[in-house]
Design a binder for this molecule. Structure first.
Ligand SMILES: Cc1cc2nc3c(=O)[nH]c(=O)nc-3n(C[C@H](O)[C@H](O)[C@H](O)COP(=O)(O)O)c2cc1C
Length: 357
């Protein structure tokens, strides 16, 4: 039998009419996928980036912090903004706001396993309610011109195969693409992602399927594409504090970053995040990133602990630069290549958001 053709990771593909330049998608991650993360992901080769899950109820009530998730930069397209909720009409309204904010795709979350979300009838619980799930997708697809996609887990319970029943129904209802993270909601992040299920889903639908779960290297990405027939792979935890993993996956460039490169990317990330969230929110938000960037044997452990104790992002920056002064020219170059801040922010959002909310 001839070996099936496997698309190169750096080749373009489409969801509906949206062209995506590479087959690597940066995963939506709550508490992680800020604008700086997404823009960095695009620079390192992700063809599509995603916002974290945004509450449709929060958008409906005009909650300022929720509206802040709709800030979209020029250099992060194509971008999917992900929404979650359980009411078709409220989800449709949220989707219209997401489209108006400039997202290229609206993604619906039917995968979140966290109780705070599932107890409201949203997230992964919808995999047990295919009727309602289909109504949500139909209402959202009806409400917007941009393609609508859905991200799912395999089902609620271990061993569940619900995604294979629900997935095709969602496509019938109007989904132009599906992402599967083949763990059960009960599993959370334990065990492994069972991509045999991804292969089965690919067989059952005519739209592109994105494979999510445990993809941390080019070898794994290529194996998953080859064995599942998925259109693309999604990378989440592997990219935390490690944009270089994206470059390795897309281009096979496996050079490890120098300390100076790590510090330059981290300082840029700190500055961009402080601008986006405001200093107070950013300084707490960023703490987990210090371990992610400085771990992997790049810096000694006590250095990270020292950074986490500091009160302001400026102090963190000073200590980082002192540890790797050669990072400064790299940082300048990175900043020169980015669009200036004013070009990046979306004008229509309430002015107070720019202070961080
Ligand atoms: C901290 C964190 C937050 C996440 N938040 C979301 C989210 O908001 N929406 C979503 O669909 N998936 C979310 N996920 C799941 C990821 O998108 C992805 O499917 C999962 O982590 C498996 O991929 P990985 O092994 O590459 O991390 C989250 C995962 C993590 C680790």
């Amino acid at each position: 039998m001839p070996t099936p053709m496997v698309a190169a990771l750096c080749s373009p593909w489409r969801i509906g009419r949206v062209e995506i330049p590479t087959r690597l998608v940066l995963a939506p991650m709550a508490g992680v996928s800020v604008q700086a993360f997404r823009r960095q992901g695009r620079r390192y080769g992700a063809g599509l980036v995603c916002s974290e899950m945004v509450s449709c109820a929060g958008l409906h009530h005009g909650n300022e912090r929720t509206l802040g998730y709709l800030r979209i930069a020029r250099d992060e397209h194509p971008l999917a903004v992900q929404i979650f909720g359980s009411e078709p009409t409220v989800m449709a309204e949220a989707a219209r706001m997401v489209e108006a904010a400039g997202a290229d795709l609206v993604d619906i979350n039917f995968g979140c396993p966290v109780r705070k979300v599932t107890k409201t009838g949203a997230g992964a619980t919808l995999l047990d309610e295919p009727e309602r799930a289909s109504r949500i997708v139909a209402a959202v697809a009806e409400a917007v011109e941009v393609p609508v996609t859905v991200k799912m887990r395999r089902g609620l319970e271990n061993g569940s195969r619900s995604c294979l029943e629900v997935g095709p129904r969602l496509v019938e209802a109007g989904a132009a693409g599906l992402t599967l993270h083949p763990r059960s909601a009960r599993q959370m992040y334990t065990g492994t992602a069972d991509h045999l299920l991804t292969a089965e889903l690919v067989e059952r639908v005519e739209v592109p399927v994105i494979a999510s779960g445990d993809i941390t290297s080019r070898a794994k990405a290529q194996a998953v594409l080859a064995t599942t027939g998925a259109a693309a792979v999604m990378v989440g935890r592997g990219a935390q504090g490690n944009p270089w993993a994206l470059r390795e996956i897309v281009d096979g460039d496996d050079r490890q970053p120098s300390r100076e490169e790590v510090v330059a990317e981290l300082v840029l990330f700190i500055r961009e995040t402080a601008r986006e969230l405001g200093e107070r929110r950013a300084s707490g938000f960023l703490k987990k990133f210090y371990g992610w960037y400085l771990g992997r044997g790049r810096f000694p452990k006590p250095f990270k602990q020292e950074l986490v104790m500091l009160g302001s992002t400026e102090e963190v920056e000073r200590l980082l630069i002192a540890a790797a002064p050669g990072a400064l020219p790299l940082l300048e170059r990175l900043e020169d290549e980015l669009p200036v801040a004013d070009e990046v922010l979306l004008d229509e959002l309430p002015i107070s958001l720019y202070g961080g909310g």
